[in-house]
Design a protein around this ligand. Structure first.
Ligand code: AMP
Length: 273
């Protein structure tokens, strides 16, 4: 596995690969890798000729009171895991922004829904870094996780609206046996919190079961579902999967998504109804 630390070298390598007719499949991450990330890497390996993973904890997607400085990091372990998965190139830049950079991608109104209400500026930071990574890595295919549903919606829209020549793949959420969605932030949870954390998923499954049982009124079902998580619910909604607009009537194909705080840790999850 080639490890590239500089944007210039990565760009040069990408151009060389493209001239050789290789399709680059790309998995951007913030590191502290788990099976969820590795499932995206395996998917990328199937989709392209050359697999590139990146590790970069992007400061512009963290709010001033968020966990940027304590975000878990273990590059040595991540390198071992990626080598085992036969990743061709790890792009782990020390820095992605110029000191004087001021430009950003504005994702429009969808950035204010769901997580955006609680993380102002987050999706702007995400869209900006992903555009920069795309311009450096030059992927033909990029793989993202369904776990971050709003992120996938914002990025697919960016690719469409900015005519980026990238095919977007969204791969399913990988979970523990308990049902808890894998997340680098699970490392913050005590064993006891970890047990309670599964209740977020349970609340989403409650919505799915209610729909199966023929209940259609989103307001009453969601009000009941919000009482299930054993943490402080930030939001629990049923929304249109592309516009993220809240639905009044429950129906198949909607996205049921939630976020809750367990102590200082913020957890998110979603399912498709
Ligand atoms: P992160 O390192 O948290 O920025 O995540 C990098 C990529 O991994 C994103 O596309 C996430 O959606 C994806 N991801 C994170 N957790 C999971 C999971 N449990 N299952 C599948 N993909 C995931």
């Amino acid at each position: 596995m080639k490890i590239i630390r500089s944007r210039k070298v990565m760009r040069r390598e990408a151009m060389r690969l493209k001239r050789a007719g290789k399709r680059i499949a790309f998995v951007p991450t913030m590191g502290y890798l788990h099976e969820g990330h590795l499932s995206l890497v395996r998917r990328a390996r199937r989709e392209g000729d050359v697999t590139v993973a990146s590790i970069y904890v992007n400061p512009t997607q963290f709010g001033p009171r968020e966990d940027l400085f304590r975000y878990p990091r273990d590059l040595g372990r991540d390198i071992r895991l990626l080598k085992k998965e036969k990743v061709d190139i790890l792009f782990a830049p020390a820095e992605m922004y110029d000191r004087d950079s001021v430009m950003a991608v504005d994702p429009g109104p969808i950035q204010d829904r769901l997580c955006g209400r609680f993380r102002p500026g987050h999706f702007r930071g995400v869209a900006t870094i992903v555009l920069k990574l795309f311009n450096t890595v030059r992927p033909d295919i990029a793989v993202f996780g369904a776990k971050d549903a709003q992120q996938a919606v914002v990025l697919k829209r960016m690719v469409r609206e900015f005519d980026l020549p990238v095919r977007m793949v969204v791969a399913p959420t990988v979970r523990e046996k308990s049902g808890l969605a894998l997340s680098s932030r699970n490392a913050y949870l005590s064993p006891e919190e970890r047990k309670r954390a599964v209740t977020l998923r349970r609340s989403l499954l409650f919505v799915r079961d209610a729909l199966k049982a023929g209940r259609k009124d989103a307001k009453s079902v969601l009000a009941q579902a919000r009482r299930i998580p054993a943490g402080k619910v930030q939001y629990l909604e049923a929304v249109h999967p592309e516009t993220l607009e809240p639905a009044k009537v429950l129906q198949k194909g909607l996205l049921a998504a939630g976020a809750m705080k367990m102590g200082r840790t913020r957890l998110i999850d979603n399912i498709t109804l």
